[in-house]
Design a protein around this ligand. Structure first.
Ligand SMILES: [Zn+2]
Length: 343
C-alpha cells in the first residue's frame, strides 16, 4: 500500500526524432511513493558514453537541490513537482557542457501556476522560480499530481548561452516549442527533437513525502548520437520500454550509479564526467551581484518613492524572485546609490 505518502511523480518521455518519425512517445507511467523514507540528502550527476559512441546518458539525483528550491519558494505540492522536474531538466540539459555554458528554460502556460523558469550552468548550479508557488490544482483522476493541468497550454522557450558546440559563443541560441503536455519531461524531449535535432529519452521524477516535503528528485537524459546504428536504436527502445520509470527507480533507493547501470542495460560504457548539482542562489556581493543589481533597481524607483518606503518601514527590502533571497537597504546606502546612478 502506498499509505498516505503523496506521489508527485514524474513523467518520462521519449521523443523520437528518428528518420522513420516515431514522434514523441510519452512514458508517463507514474506511481505514488510507497511509504515514507528520510528526505534524501545531496545528489550527484554522472555522464557516461556507450562504447562506440552511439549514445550518451546523463543521470542526475538532485534531492537536495529540489528540496532547497521548494523550501525557499514555499511551494505547494503540485508546484514543487513542476519546479522540481524543471530544475532537474535544467541540470540534464546543461551539465557537462562547455565551460561557462548555461541554459534557461521558460515554461509558460494558461494554468494556475502561470509559468516555471529555470537557469542552470555547466557546473550543475541551478535555480528556478514559478509564477504562483501556491498552485495546487485537484489531483488527476488517477490520483497523481496534475503538473500538466497546473501549467496548462502554452510554450517552452530555451536559451543556451556561451554555446561552445556551436562555435559562435557571442549569440545565444534560442528555441521555442509549444507545450506537448505540460508534464515537463515530455516537453523537454519534444524541444530537443524539434529544435536541436537530438533524439532522446528523458525521464524526470519528484517524489514528495506525506507532508509535501521533497523525498526524492532526479532524472535521466539518454541522447542518441549521430553514429548510432539502427540495430542499437532498436535495442535501446526495447530496453527502455521494459525499464521501470525514473520515479520507480528513485523510490527503490537506486542512486546515480544504480540508475546508470539499469539504464545502460548491458551496454558497455565509460564515465566521461561527474559533478554535484547544487541550488545556485544568486551571487550577492561583488560586481554584477545581487546587491549591486538590486540597488540599481532601487534607483529606478526614483528618489522620492525610495525615501518614502524607508521613512515608513525603516529600510527598503527587496526580494529576488529567483532565489527568494531578501536584501535590506538603509537610507545611506540608497542615497549613495542614487548619487552614483544619477545621470
Ligand atoms: Zn536571486
Amino acid at each position: 500500500m502506498a499509505g498516505a505518502a503523496r506521489g508527485a511523480a514524474g513523467g518520462g518521455a521519449a521523443a523520437g526524432g528518428r528518420a522513420r518519425g516515431a514522434g514523441a512517445r510519452a512514458r508517463a507511467r507514474v506511481r505514488a511513493g510507497a511509504g515514507a523514507r528520510g528526505g534524501g540528502g545531496g545528489g550527484g550527476a554522472r555522464r557516461v558514453l556507450a562504447e562506440g559512441g552511439e549514445f550518451a546518458l546523463t543521470v542526475c539525483e538532485a534531492t537536495g537541490l529540489v528540496g532547497e528550491a521548494a523550501r525557499r519558494h514555499g511551494t505547494a505540492p503540485t508546484a514543487s513537482a513542476a519546479l522540481g522536474r524543471a530544475l532537474v531538466g535544467g541540470v540534464l540539459l546543461t551539465a557537462f557542457k562547455g565551460e561557462g555554458e548555461g541554459v534557461s528554460l521558460r515554461f509558460r502556460g494558461t494554468g494556475p501556476i502561470g509559468g516555471v523558469t529555470v537557469v542552470a550552468d555547466s557546473r550543475g548550479f541551478t535555480k528556478g522560480m514559478c509564477g504562483d508557488p501556491s498552485a495546487d490544482p485537484p489531483l488527476r483522476p488517477d490520483g497523481k499530481l496534475d503538473v500538466g493541468g497546473a501549467l496548462g497550454a502554452g510554450a517552452l522557450s530555451v536559451v543556451r548561452s556561451n554555446n561552445s558546440l556551436r562555435g559562435d559563443t557571442s549569440a545565444p541560441y534560442e528555441g521555442q516549442v509549444p507545450l506537448v503536455s505540460g508534464e515537463i519531461a515530455e516537453d523537454l524531449a519534444h524541444y530537443l527533437a524539434e529544435s536541436e535535432q537530438v533524439n532522446s529519452a528523458l525521464g524526470l521524477g519528484v517524489l514528495l513525502g506525506r507532508d509535501g516535503e521533497v523525498r526524492e528528485a532526479g532524472g535521466f537524459l539518454l541522447e542518441v548520437l549521430p553514429q548510432c546504428s539502427e540495430a542499437t536504436l532498436d535495442q535501446l527502445e526495447q530496453a527502455l520500454s521494459e525499464m521501470p520509470t525514473i520515479s520507480e527507480m528513485l523510490d527503490e533507493g537506486l542512486g546515480v550509479d544504480g540508475i546508470t547501470d539499469r539504464l545502460m542495460a548491458g551496454f558497455p560504457y565509460r564515465t566521461t564526467g561527474e559533478l554535484e548539482p547544487r541550488y545556485g542562489p544568486c551571487t550577492i556581493e561583488g560586481e554584477g551581484g545581487l546587491r549591486e543589481r538590486m540597488l540599481r533597481a532601487v534607483t529606478l524607483l526614483g528618489e522620492e518613492d525610495a525615501y518614502q518606503v524607508i521613512e515608513e518601514q525603516g529600510q527598503l527590502e527587496v526580494r529576488c524572485d529567483f532565489c527568494a533571497e531578501k536584501l535590506q537597504f538603509g537610507r545611506d546606502e540608497v542615497a549613495s546609490a542614487l548619487d552614483t546612478h544619477e545621470p
